[in-house]
Design a protein around this ligand. Structure first.
Ligand SMILES: O=P(O)(O)OC[C@H]1O[C@](O)(CO)[C@@H](O)[C@@H]1O
Length: 506
């Protein structure tokens, strides 16, 4: 059934972007939608503009047919109902319950955990752990990328605590953070869903040693654990009263909303963290309750599928025209590539086409002076997302923001329109797609909605391809081999053996 729809999609005309606008005076109304957040007194919008993509009525109708063929509605209902949507691990995926949208019992449990987390955050702010000026948050992957992004996006001015996120096992990362913190006023957050990840546990042990060697008598008393494995955190030495649990059904790369968000709440204060959850919840409700192309994450997934599967695009690029969102591409890389970088479908059969493209990107305008040459004139077709905020994040002269946004919008226009020239080196082919996400402001609520939008977009893509976005077995083999190397076992290939010998490891 879905193959028939793909055949139909393959048979459709490949439209020119400029022509799409010329042919349809309502194109902007159809493909650019303002998503309203908040209430009448305190409203805020995010504009999702997919008009400069190649979606047209014929493609949208066919993609809606594909969504029906792939039982998008049923899969979405299962997601929000807390059913098992991750069959290889026999788990639900209940990140939306953390935001208050989902199965009743799961929402109640998330609420209880948040209540405890809020109490601990507020107690620490009031001095329950003595003076806390610095918080070293130790985690990796989903236990670090979200907190790092959220704090950079939302807590640049006036963070209540100075948070440092450390993920890499390379001691250079931790050492640099030690140099910036005073051990007497530093606490640690050890963030690991499993509480077994080698990088996190090794960094946490080194941080304990650092505290002890620098005069902290009870270093474990300075630690808060953020985990779905509380018994392991206790075994490691953390008192139960400082363990903030979350549910096993919250995936690592979807865990920012759970206690993994602790450093965000510590930096922003609980009311802002609650706003962040509320912004995501508004997007959850939109995704849950809206059908067809009007559903923003699904619309984005239609375009993603168009470029990856019909136009052979192997990458997609995300450029934040906002310093505060500079870490967004890193965050999206894990979300999208760890979720959908698969070769088998949920039923175990090989996929019948390409899956997740490589997500990459950077920050504007820096990236214009580095990689945009390829976007405009290179031989790869790269769909681009631009993300910007109408309100600036600084108090400098407005010229800064005017130039920033003018450049952002100019790039989308230039990619689409191109430019003819008699000199081939100076010609721009144009007809290159981009989408623009324009926030009224970068606030906890808009930021929450933006991240939830991308989670649902990733899920929608997975449904359209028939794959399970919630497991990640591809990361295991490298870990196993690293362990074998460390424990001195097994002979490896000649190249690996030579490298190990050169590095003095074997
Ligand atoms: O939170 P944990 O259990 O330490 O895992 C960290 C990360 O490691 C991974 O399992 C990949 O190795 C990610 O999915 C996860 O976000």
């Amino acid at each position: 059934m879905s193959e028939a729809v793909w055949n139909k999609l393959r048979g459709l005309d490949k439209p020119q972007l400029v022509q799409l606008f010329a042919d349809d005076p309502d194109r902007l109304v159809t493909y650019a939608t303002a998503f309203e957040l908040g209430d009448e007194e305190n409203s805020c919008a995010i504009r999702f503009d997919w008009s400069k993509t190649h979606l047209d009525a014929a493609h949208v109708a066919a993609f809606e047919e594909l969504a029906a063929a792939m039982d998008f509605t049923g899969r979405r209902t299962a997601l929000f109902a807390g059913e098992i949507v991750n069959p290889t691990e026999g788990r639900a995926a209940e990140h939306t319950a953390q935001r208050g949208v989902g199965k009743e019992e799961s929402v109640a449990l998330a609420h209880e955990n948040h209540h405890r987390m809020a109490a601990i955050v507020e107690a620490i702010h009031r001095g329950a752990m003595g003076e806390v000026k610095h918080l070293i948050h130790i985690g990796i992957g989903g236990s670090a990328l979200g907190p790092a992004l959220a704090i950079d996006a939302l807590a640049r001015d006036g963070a209540m605590v100075d948070v440092h996120v450390v993920s890499n096992i390379d001691g250079c990362a931790l050492e640099q953070v030690f140099a910036a913190c005073d051990p007497a006023t530093t606490m640690l957050a050890v963030a690991s869903k499993t509480f077994t990840t080698i990088e996190t546990m090794t960094n946490a042990e080194s941080a304990i040693v650092w505290l002890r060697e620098n005069g902290v008598d009870d270093p474990y008393g300075r630690v808060v654990a953020l985990t779905a494995s509380p018994e392991k955190a206790m075994e490691w030495g953390i008192d139960e009263t400082r363990i903030l649990p979350f549910s096993e059904s919250v995936g690592g790369r979807y865990s920012l909303w759970s206690s993994i968000g602790f450093p965000v709440a510590m930096a922003l204060g609980w009311p802002d963290f609650a706003e962040f959850l509320a912004g995501a919840a508004a997007m959850d409700e939109h995704f849950r309750d809206t059908d067809g192309m009007a559903n923003l994450p699904l619309r984005a997934a239609f375009a993603d599928q168009y470029y990856t599967r019909l136009r052979g695009c192997q990458t997609r690029a995300v450029f934040a025209y906002d310093e505060r969102l500079a870490l967004l591409p890193d965050y999206l890389q894990q979300l999208e590539m760890e979720s959908n970088g698969k070769s088998v479908k949920a039923d175990g059969l090989p996929v019948d086409g390409p899956t997740a493209p490589i997500t990459w990107g950077g920050v504007g305008t820096d990236a214009q002076h580095a990689v945009f040459q390829l976007l405009h004139q290179g031989t790869n077709l790269v769909p681009v997302d631009f993300i910007a905020s109408i309100a600036p994040g600084h108090d400098l002269a407005f010229a800064h923001h005017r130039i920033l946004l003018s450049n952002c919008f100019a790039q989308g226009a230039a990619l689409m329109a191109g430019k003819q020239s008699d000199d081939p080196a100076r010609a721009y082919p144009g007809n290159r797609p981009s989408a623009t996400i324009l926030l009224d402001e970068v606030s906890p609520a808009t930021f929450g909605a933006l991240i939830a939008f991308h989670e649902h977009r990733t899920f929608a893509n997975a449904v359209l391809m028939g794959i399970n976005p919630f497991d990640q077995f591809g990361v295991e083999l490298g870990k196993e081999i690293a362990k074998q190397i460390e424990t001195g076992g097994t002979a490896f290939d000649p190249s690996t053996e030579a490298l190990l010998e050169l590095a003095g490891i074997k």
